[in-house]
Every structure is written in structure tokens, then in C-alpha cells.
Design a protein around this ligand. Structure first.
Ligand code: S5P
Length: 458
């Protein structure tokens, strides 16, 4: 089967249609491609597998994959034709950190060629590549059956990937129009439509959140990127540890609601310490409800967190308007959005993380940074590379040695965290449970600051 015959077959079975279609995004498109039903036509499926095999046979790869569902049966045929092993990624991605997302045999460092049916913007391809990279599989090339994108090649190239395609939208239009299968007007409509999809290039975000700046300034002033998580349950313990460690830290993280003896003296006393020992205050409340509820949780109630914590943590699970609920109408308050968590089996996956970035990009005035974690330096680097602006990466789950606790907490080392991209490390039990918290806080501070200086020098 030639490429031309293949396209004509697709047109015959209704896999490519020209008309007027409403896309998921609400946009009206003059064409519609859907290759899912190709599996019901074995000769067409075999034909396309043959064409793809021919196209990729001289490329350098160890394993190949197809993105489920549509491209997986295609890829398995190509795999058989070329004698190259197949792997694939679960569609229902396992939660971050649990591993075993790839089915099939591969070695760390194997190069995987990724086959897909279509490319529209390239975003999902990049997500796929990152999924594989997290499992130790290297992705460099994508081969799609139809490139229907306006600038997919450029989009993938930005992240270092190469796009190959069997056939492009323009070629399909040209072919069908030469056979009088579509009208001149349609050809023009398609052209206009694809042009309209190319977004104007926006200059990299210059905006820097004032509280991001404030924390960065404080880090430099204090020569520390250590955030102490003072998770104790009595005020005596709290201020006792603070006495010993306050000088070492850039910021104090509280869970005010775990204090058994919270009273009206707590906040004024904390503020006095913050002033004397020169640290910032961050309440790790992890707001997660609807806008109206979080607004009250932040501003009212017993703790009136807004009165004393400049930084808070926010889950994006309820949608980005939570930020409006929290911060609208008030100033000098900002969130660290939980984009990844350190706990084993947590449900924050790549898509969720990306949504957190999108929300932050839209609301830069309210997001100072992200809470995140990673399994190693490379993983953290990949994560941080995607930050939309100049947000800081705050990393909990950090100790002097790797390890875990009995309730799912996972620790990486100070050097891994900061080397990968953490701007601040958040340390709780590593310091507060030490026999000598003052000495331990010094050690964490020195190691984290050394690692930070080393990283930013590069
Ligand atoms: O993913 C996360 C996010 C946070 S904010 N994992 C975390 O551990 N945290 C918080 O960091 C957690 O609530 C705790 O207060 C601190 C880590 O404490 P440690 O004793 O395990 O160092």
C-alpha cells in the first residue's frame, strides 16, 4: 500500500472527514480525523504498519511503543515486522512514585521510539515522553501517522524531541483536492483554520511574585534555604526548639492546628520570634475546599491564619478559583501550590502537576512557588524545568540520608533535593527529633546552602 492509497482508504472508511465539527475545546474545525476504527480493517492496519516500519527501520532505538489506545495495535504490528520489542505505558497512570507504569521488558537507558496516530499540539506527546523518562526510558523520536498540527515539530523541538510523520494535513488536503474529493473552499477553510491555531509567541514571563522575591531576598540575607517544619504539639516544645534553631532558618513552617494548647498568646509570641530571629512564617494549612469555604478557613475561625502567615499551602484539586477565594482583596499573601507530594502512593500524577502549573501561570500574583518532590536528581530537574515562571521549589521529604517512615513519608537527601532544583528544603523530624536540634539545624542549613550555591553557580 502506498501512502496515497492509505489516505484514500482512510477517506473511504470515514476516518478522515471534511465538513464542520465541534472539537472538545469548543472550536469549530473544518476536518475531523479519527483512526480508532482502523483496527476493523486489517488490510489498512497492516498497510499503515508496513509504511511506518519502512519509515523507521533505520532509526536508532531499542524498543518501540504506541500511545494507547489507538496507536498501540499499530505499534504492535510494526514491532513484529521489525523484530523490535514493544513496551507500553498504562493509560490509567499509576500515582506518582509508585513505579511499574511500563509494561514489557526494557533496560534503564533504552531508547524508545514512540508511535502515535495523530499530533495536534504536541502537549500529550511531551507528557508521554516525560512519563517514560521517569521510568528510565529515553525518548527522542515520535512518529505519527498524520501530522495535523500547525507547528507540532517546533513544539516538540522546544523540549528536545523530534517529530516524524507519514503524512501531513497539507498533503492529505492536496491529495483529496486533486481527486476532487474536497472543494476549493474547504481547502481554504483548512488553511485558515490551521493558521489560527498558531499561538503568538509570548515573551517569557517577566513577572515575579513579590513574595517569591521576598523569600529569595531573605535566603540571601540569612544565607540559608532551610525551612523548619516545627510539627510539635505543645507551645513549650515549639518555642523551646525555636529558641535553638530560629537563627538557622529562612522560614518557619507551622501546622498551627496540631497544637494541643493553642491560645491567643501563641501568635504574638511567634511574631516576636520571627522578628528577633529574622525568619518568615508559613502555615502549611493545605487549603483544598471551594473558594468560599477556604476564604473563611483562611481569614476567620480560631486561627485567623491570614493575620499572621504570609505563605500558605494550597491544593489545586478544587480548581484554580480556590486562589481567588483565598487571596482576592488582600495583599502580601501567597501560596505554595502542592504540585507533587513526597508521600508514597499519593494521587498527584503528571497531568495534575501540569494543571497546577497552568493555574499558577494564570495567577502569578498569588503563587510564590510549588511544593514538590522527586525520586532523584534527574526527576526533580525534569519537574522544575516545567515551572511556568520564576516560582520557587519548596521540598519536603528531605533528610541527611534517604529513607522513609512507617506512614508513607519518603526522604531523599539534602544534596539530591537541592542539586535537582529545590530552592528551599523543608525539614521536620530530621531536626526536631534529633538529640541536639540546634546542632542538627546547623548541619542541614550548611549542607543545603552549600548545595544551593553549587547549583546556581553552574
Ligand atoms: O508532599 C508533602 C508536602 C508537605 S507540605 N510532604 C510533606 O511532608 N509535607 C510537609 O512537610 C508535612 O506536612 C510535614 O509537615 C513536613 C515534613 O516533615 P518531616 O518530619 O517528614 O520532615
Amino acid at each position: 500500500m502506498t501512502t496515497e492509497q492509505f489516505v484514500l482508504e482512510l477517506e473511504k472508511i470515514g476516518a478522515i472527514k471534511f465538513g464542520s465539527f465541534t472539537l472538545k475545546s469548543g472550536l469549530q474545525s473544518p476536518f475531523y480525523f479519527d483512526l480508532r476504527d482502523m483496527i476493523s480493517y486489517p488490510e489498512i492496519l497492516d498497510g499503515v504498519a508496513e509504511l511506518l516500519a519502512e519509515r523507521i527501520k533505520d532509526m536508532d532505538f531499542d524498543v518501540l511503543t504506541g500511545i494507547p489506545y489507538t496507536a498501540l495495535p499499530i505499534a504492535s504490528l510494526v514491532s513484529a515486522k521489525l523484530g523490535k520489542p514493544l513496551i507500553y505505558m498504562r493509560k490509567e497512570e499509576k500515582a506518582y512514585g509508585t513505579g511499574n507504569n511500563v509494561i514489557g521488558k526494557f533496560k534503564k537507558g533504552d531508547k524508545c521510539l514512540v508511535i502515535d496516530d495523530l499530533i495536534t499540539t504536541g502537549a500529550s506527546k511531551i507528557e508521554t515522553a516525560e512519563g517514560y523518562e521517569k521510568e528510565g526510558v529515553v525518548v527522542e523520536d515520535f512518529v505519527v501517522v498524520i501530522d495535523r498540527s500547525a507547528n507540532g515539530t517546533e513544539e516538540l523541538a522546544k523540549d528536545g524531541y523530534k517529530l516524524h510523520s507519514l503524512i501531513t494535513l497539507d498533503e492529505i488536503v492536496e491529495l483529496l483536492s486533486s481527486k476532487n474529493l474536497i472543494s476549493e473552499e474547504k481547502v481554504k477553510e483548512v488553511e485558515d483554520f490551521t493558521k489560527s491555531l498558531i499561538k503568538p509567541k509570548i515573551a517569557k514571563e517577566k513577572y515575579i511574585n513579590p513574595l517569591t522575591q521576598k523569600l529569595m531576598d531573605k535566603m540571601v540575607e540569612k544565607q540559608s534555604n532551610l525551612v523548619l517544619s516545627l510539627d510539635v504539639t505543645t507551645q513549650t516544645e515549639f518555642f523551646d526548639i525555636l529558641d535553638k534553631c530560629g537563627e538557622e532558618i529562612v522560614m518557619l513552617k507551622t501546622h498551627v492546628d496540631i497544637l494541643d494548647d493553642y491560645d491567643e498568646n501563641f501568635v504574638p509570641k511567634l511574631q516576636k520570634y520571627a522578628k528577633q530571629q529574622n525568619f518568615l512564617i508559613f502555615e502549611d494549612r493545605k487549603f483544598a475546599d471551594i473558594g468560599n469555604t477556604v476564604r473563611h478557613q483562611f481569614r476567620n475561625g480560631v486561627y485567623k491564619i491570614n493575620d499572621w502567615a504570609e505563605y500558605i499551602t494550597v491544593h489545586m484539586v478544587a480548581g484554580e478559583l480556590i486562589l481567588k477565594g483565598l487571596f482576592e482583596g488582600i495583599e502580601n499573601r501567597s501560596a505554595f501550590v502542592l504540585a507533587r507530594m513526597s508521600s508514597k502512593g499519593n494521587l498527584l500524577n503528571e497531568t495534575y502537576t501540569r494543571k497546577c502549573f497552568e493555574a499558577a501561570k494564570k495567577n502569578p500574583q498569588w503563587v510564590a512557588g510549588f511544593i514538590g518532590h522527586g525520586k532523584d536528581v534527574e526527576d526533580i530537574k525534569r519537574f522544575k524545568k516545567k515551572f511556568p515562571g520564576s516560582e520557587l521549589l519548596m521540598m519536603p521529604g528531605v533528610k541527611l540520608e534517604r529513607g522513609s517512615d512507617a506512614m508513607g513519608q519518603q526522604y531523599i537527601t539534602v544534596e539530591e533535593a537541592v542539586g535537582g532544583g529545590a530552592d528551599c528544603i523543608i525539614v521536620g523530624r530530621g531536626v526536631i527529633k534529633a538529640t541536639d536540634p540546634a546542632k542538627e539545624a546547623k548541619i542541614y542549613r550548611e549542607r543545603a546552602w552549600q548545595a544551593y550555591k553549587k547549583r546556581i553557580k553552574k
